[in-house]
Design a protein around this ligand. Sequence first.
Ligand code: ATP
Ligand code: MG
Length: 390
Amino acid sequence: MKIILIKYGELTTKTGNRKLFINILCDNIKRALSNYNVKIVKSHVRMFIETDDNIDEIVAILKNIFGIHSIVIATRVNTNIEEIESSALEIAKSTDFKTFKLDTSRADKKFPIPSMEFSRRIGSLILRNIPNIKVDVHHPDYTLKIEIREDYTYIYHKEIAAAGGYPVSVAGRGLLMLSGGIDSPVAGYLAMKRGIKIECIYFESPPHTSQMAKNKVKTLTQILTKYEQAITLHVINFTDIQEAIYKNIDPTYMITIMRRMMYRISEKVMEKSSCLCLINGESVGQVASQTLTSMQVINKVTNVPVIRPVACLDKLEIIELSKKIGTYETSILPYEDCCTIFLPKHPAINPSLEKAIKYEKSFDYQSLIDKAVMNEEIIKITNKTDEFDI
Ligand code: ATP
Ligand code: MG
């Protein structure tokens, strides 16, 4: 019978946490495959998925689950010499190749034939039965792998590369500042890849920003549910704060102050939702608010860890990743963002902390922040939610 074999990624290096990692990975897989009829068996070195459902569809889903290093569609037979021989030959016959090698591993040391000898035995069986092929142990076109275990033996030749990383949730939870742009969804993807379960926060400024802009962010969140099946999106009404900034703050400092307000609100939402860090799409030097001096002044409002997964990537590298994860086409749709609507012509690229603090004293931002946090809208987005109009 055909069976899907999951090989773990980096988690195998963390011996102490291994059991926890495997359990979380197993839960994530179960959730991702909830529409399918599958039986999952986990072991210390592999996970086995048995199913009569469409294997290609299941593999396509598994390829996006972090913590999986590679996926193999194997034929499972009883650990019995005759059965292994006939299956190995049948599998070899189903593919065209000129050169090949056998790779046997024997987890079951009670199996009477040592691995090398067994490889030679199956190899010569294949040579006798398929014309015009030869063995090449260094650069074969085709490698047939045989994993002999106590209960069953697995035979396969193709290993499908999967997403790698750590299973989502292993590292705890983080709050992603998600705008409609290119960078922040990529930052979210990279954070999830390191095992962080994300929630998202989006600042909107109606009526200056539209429902379409908000739907764009919901759509981006939904695309990210490929990697984490349900994501909570916190929507913050930022209009009063933005208008107060526009009315009271020197234009060169508007962006600095606006971002300090975003960080303050994000920190509060982060704590309310038991997240352990903030994540955003800032990239060093990309815009005025992302010079190191600006980042210093902005970051001063919080002590929580701020993770910036794309901080040191070039824009082109970020774009490439956004295409790979499927967010690019949505990110480039032309809806306004609350950062862009009040954009001054010449934002300070070297703001000073003293001036930022002085300017902020010109309005009662604390009560506006409390109100914005209190009135947050919480939306649960899953990969089963209907699509959003954009
Ligand atoms: P992006 O492409 O992600 O929009 P950007 O290059 O446009 O980034 P900024 O607008 O300066 O850069 O924003 C930097 C980061 O701040 C974003 O990557 C995002 O994490 C966060 N951010 C900006 N605007 C918003 C918003 N309206 N809601 C939530 N987070 C935001
Ligand atoms: Mg932006």
